[in-house]
Design a protein around this ligand. Structure first.
Ligand SMILES: [Zn+2]
Ligand SMILES: [Zn+2]
Length: 335
């Protein structure tokens, strides 16, 4: 891949309103959504590009926007993949069953719902011109949490199951790494561009250990040595998304693992440390806990959001508390 794969995450709503994180995939007419609360701000041109929706859990503030997306996409011929914790198939089926679809002809939108369990994915399709009725049981696909939920040429998405007194999914999206050849170094070595540059990129990206010497204009070169001189790596952006979980001995390591080395960690900071008992009672995180996860995961930047309304007018105190533990606290770009 020749272009640099940088992802640009945007929070659709202010930090204290419903979670909706939008990530557009560069060079593709593709938009990914992480959680789908109230979302009337979402522009139609973005809604039309949605290909995948990743839901943490189906509390209303994370899923009420589904109807809005459905309404504005219903006549578009495409399949939207939805991912979520156990129960998501029933929840989507219930949403779709909330309307009459007797005029099926104009209903072009389809859904593929993926229900993520610890050892498997249950998958069920709902087809628009069949009135979204599907009496068949879901397809069962073996799956382990170490495998990506999604893998495309541009990105992969992983999930972890945390605990909100119900299973809640945290996610990490990783754009693919890209590689570039240093033209100046090539000149210094007296080499002109050719197919061999692609071979070197493949050598680095696939970590080929037993590559044969490379022949360029009749001369033989050590592939590994040449690759290390000429090929540079541009790491793809990594973004982690964690909301609505208790922080305990089981969830903390899982949260750190899903956030590891993320450039951006979007993390709920529902409560402040002074209310940590209340946070635990309600299975939410404090700013101190979120910042500790960010620090242990070695993230580039922590972006706190999903604040409790009890801090209305003093949300900056939440950021200050997080900064005491992890200085790289940032704000998301606004939609
Ligand atoms: Zn919740
Ligand atoms: Zn919530």
């Amino acid at each position: 891949m020749s272009f640099v794969m940088k992802l640009h995450p945007v929070l659709v709503n202010p930090e204290y309103q419903d979670p909706v994180l939008l990530i557009s995939i560069p060079q593709k007419a593709e938009v990914l959504i992480f959680d789908l609360g109230y979302c009337f701000r979402l522009k139609i041109r973005d809604i039309q590009k949605i290909t995948r929706i990743f839901i943490s859990h189906t509390h209303i503030d994370h899923f009420a926007g589904f109807d809005h997306i459905l309404r504005l996409s219903v006549d578009i011929e495409k399949t939207v993949s939805v991912y979520g914790p156990p129960g998501i198939i029933r929840n989507v089926e219930g949403k779709l069953a909330g309307y009459f679809w007797n005029l099926k002809a104009g209903v072009m939108l389809n859904f593929e719902v993926n229900e993520v369990h610890p050892d498997k994915i249950l998958r069920k399709r709902f087809i628009g011109n069949e009135g979204y009725e599907n009496p068949e049981p879901p397809e069962v696909i073996p799956h382990s949490p170490s495998e990506p939920l999604v893998k495309t040429d541009e990105y992969s998405v992983f999930s972890a199951t945390l605990n909100h007194r119900m299973p809640v999914l945290a996610y990490r999206i990783e754009a693919v790494d890209s590689y570039n050849a240093d033209v100046e170094v090539m000149k210094e070595l007296g080499l002109s561009p050719g197919k061999w540059v692609g071979e070197l990129k493949r050598y680095i990206s696939e970590n080929v250990m037993d590559a044969k010497p490379l022949e360029i204009d009749g001369k033989h070169y050590d592939t590994g040595e040449l690759a290390s001189k000429i090929i540079g790596k541009n790491p793809g952006t990594r973004i982690a998304y964690i909301v609505d979980t208790i922080c305990d001995d089981i969830t903390a390591p899982l949260a750190v693992n899903i956030a590891r080395q993320a450039d951006y960690l979007f993390c709920e900071c529902a409560y402040m440390n002074a209310e940590k008992d209340l946070a635990a009672q309600n299975y939410h995180l404090t700013a101190t806990q979120a910042a500790t996860i960010a620090s242990e995961a070695g993230v580039g930047q922590l972006i706190p959001f999903h604040f409790s309304k009890r801090y209305d007018g003093k949300y900056h105190l939440i950021l200050d508390e997080a900064r005491l533990i992890f200085p790289e606290v940032g704000k998301a770009d606004k939609y």
